[in-house]
Design a protein around this ligand. Structure first.
Ligand SMILES: Cc1ncc(COP(=O)(O)O)c(C=O)c1O
Length: 198
């Protein structure tokens, strides 16, 4: 399918935090631009191209039925995840009882962290850290231990493996959050870096 990544779509008045949120959340959202200047919405990791058409088509089709009560995830939901994990990640033997339902990444992160740690425990993260991780972990009672990323001689942000090792031992850490591409800084880690981190 040929896809349109270049048309600039006006999002004003369409509940777009990235565009209409400027100046509304002190300390988080940037100030609104001065009179006569456009918004460049690069402060929230939001797509500025249209969602692939099959997604609104499916949502609209379902919404035509006027009752929106409790639900169980469908067979298609589980099958799509099992197929994705098989084709993309070579995961075999995944069954539906090992799959949960989340409607965002951060709930999934907390579910995963809670499988290995309890509130009050320390969790290792790299800093600078995505604010969603910071808020979700602290709101759920976890203690964040940061291992700062370091810039190498070429200006590339790298993990500091010795620092991670030390903090993991000192704080009896058994869960780390590994973010790829890293937010913020956009690092897509190289294989050797991931292997060394593991
Ligand atoms: C690293 C990272 N994880 C998770 C999220 C949240 O993703 P979502 O809102 O799609 O669940 C973001 C959003 O910016 C993110 O940058």
């Amino acid at each position: 399918m040929v896809y349109d990544f270049t048309t600039i779509i006006d999002r004003h008045g369409k509940d777009a935090l990235a565009v209409d949120g400027l100046g509304t959340i002190p300390g988080m959202a940037p100030d609104a631009p001065r009179e006569g200047f456009d918004v460049i919405p690069m402060w929230v990791a939001d797509m500025n191209f249209a969602t692939v058409p099959t997604i609104p088509e499916a949502i609209i089709e379902r919404a035509k039925h006027p009752l929106y009560g409790y639900f169980n995830p469908s067979d298609e939901y589980f099958d799509a995840i099992i197929r994705w994990q098989r084709d993309r990640n070579d995961v075999t033997g995944l069954t539906r009882d090992a799959i949960g339902y989340e409607n965002g990444v951060l709930g999934g992160v907390i579910s995963a962290v809670t499988a290995f740690a309890a509130p009050g425990d320390a969790v290792l993260l790299h800093s600078p850290t995505y604010i969603g991780f910071t808020n979700s972990l602290s709101n759920n009672g976890y203690r964040i231990v940061h291992s700062p990323l370091k810039r190498d001689a070429e200006g590339v942000w790298r993990m500091d493996f010795a620092d991670m090792e030390r903090r993991i031992k000192e704080n009896n850490i058994h869960v780390a959050i590994f973010c790829s591409p890293h937010n913020p800084c956009g690092r897509v880690w190289e294989r050797w870096e991931i292997e060394q981190a593991m």
